[in-house]
Design a protein around this ligand. Structure first.
Ligand code: SAH
Ligand code: SF4
Length: 387
């Protein structure tokens, strides 16, 4: 069977080379060609022996997910829709900022957690992405953007696993994918600049801490179990005490001395001053102070079927003030790319309507081309403040 080399971390690629009767170190050369130079044609890999190139041509490919569409926001955010087969599509979002370029990556087609305020959750779960499908998003975006900007240096400096899906419910693909992101022979991202966001899959938070402790963001959304059960159904399995306990354990290995809590601001649901005080109490009961975590308040991005609305700016401000006054570093996430439905929780809203996706898949080729990457307006504020 033909192997897609995007499916391998360096260890996996070394084992693959051995199976071809080659020395393991060849994998490093190959890995660099694929991930650092963006090569997909074995004939371009000039320092590999011709005999190896022949073997590779007979047994392997480097194939990224097909792009269905590309949208560019007025604020410079770019959203790509990728075809993952079976009428399913996933999305990735690139957010350019002054001092960094962040890629938001999907880990699943759909999501089984079914949070009330999330468009992906409403869509239901289709399937886990493979390692190659996760890495494909980074491989494509990095080399596409480099080409657009006519530069050879890295464009993407940060990755956040905040696209579609619950990454810790696809752990066996997530882990090798993270290893590729961090590998110096591939993307060489630091652990501080790769963030896994989770709705609180407690056992897998512990596993991640042992296997590959990158930065951790936890979607909290409520300060008590009753409300969190409603908003994040997974809370019924892993209630707040367990989630916060896992966060505290993670701090022993985390690349920074805090965990980020995401809190989606829902009008009249979880945004009162009393609820902010409850959140402070919760955080203090686990740390004595609020210095062990940061909060990122995300104004809710509405979608038709949710029946929810975004908190008012004054409610968000007041909520934020309660947390800040209690010594918890709190930021309000600036919404980027909402004119192209690329903001948090809006990803693949279109997939709700599968006929629409099928139509777009069949129209492949009608891709918007970025006019000039350098002309994209770069926002001043940080979207992923702490990531
Ligand atoms: N499944 C993971 C990561 C993907 S969701 C998680 O839940 O953490 C990434 C972030 O977007 C989460 O914090 C999630 O709560 C938030 N989010 C989801 N839907 C949203 C919406 N409609 N508006 C604002 N944020 C949303
Ligand atoms: Fe899944 Fe995260 Fe959306 Fe919840 S917020 S449904 S965990 S993607």
């Amino acid at each position: 069977m033909t192997a897609n080399l995007l499916d391998f971390d360096l260890e996996g690629l070394a084992a693959f080379c051995e199976r071809l009767g080659e020395k393991r170190f060849r994998a490093t050369q190959l890995f660099r060609w694929i991930h650092q130079k963006g090569a997909s044609n074995f004939d371009d890999m000039s320092d590999l022996a011709k005999s190896l190139r022949q073997k590779l041509k007979a047994t392997a490919v480097v194939i990224a997910l097909p792009v269905v569409s590309q949208h560019i926001s007025s604020d410079g955010t770019i959203k790509w829709l990728f075809d993952v087969g079976g009428g399913n599509a996933i999305e990735s979002v690139f957010i350019p900022e002054d001092d960094r370029g962040t890629l938001c990556i999907s880990s699943q087609a759909g999501c089984a957690v079914a949070c009330r305020f999330c468009s992906t959750g409403h869509q239901g779960f289709s399937r886990n992405l493979t390692v190659g499908e996760i890495i494909s998003q980074l491989w494509f975006a990095e080399h596409f953007l480099r080409k657009e900007a006519s530069q050879s240096e890295r464009v993407i400096s940060n990755v956040v696993m905040m696209g579609m899906g619950e990454p810790l419910q696809n752990y066996s693909a997530l882990l090798p994918a993270l290893r590729v992101m961090l590998d110096d022979h591939a993307y060489g991202l630091s652990r501080r600049r790769v963030t896994v966001s989770t709705s609180g899959v407690v056992p897998m938070m512990d596993r991640l801490g042992k296997d590959c402790p990158v930065a951790l963001a936890v979607s909290l959304h409520a300060g008590n179990n009753e409300l969190r059960n409603e908003l994040v159904p997974l809370n019924q399995k892993y209630p707040l005490a367990e989630v916060l306990g896992a966060c505290k354990r993670y701090l022993d290995v985390a690349p920074r001395d805090f965990v980020t809590f995401e809190y989606c601001m829902l009008n009249g649901v979880n945004d009162s001053v009393e609820q902010a005080k409850e959140v402070v109490k919760l955080v203090y009961s686990y740390g004595g102070t609020g210095s062990w975590c940061k909060f990122n308040l995300i104004p809710f991005n509405p979608f038709p079927a949710s029946g929810l609305t975004r908190s008012s700016p004054s409610a968000i401000e007041a909520f934020s003030r309660v947390l800040s006054d209690s010594g918890i570093v709190t930021t309000i996430r600036k919404t980027r790319g909402d004119d192209i439905d690329a903001a948090c929780g809006q990803l693949a809203g279109d997939v709700l309507d599968r006929t629409n996706v099928r139509r777009r898949l069949s129209q492949r080729g009608s891709i918007t081309i970025v006019p000039q990457f350098s002309s994209i307006d770069v926002g001043k504020e940080s979207l992923f403040n702490d990531c």
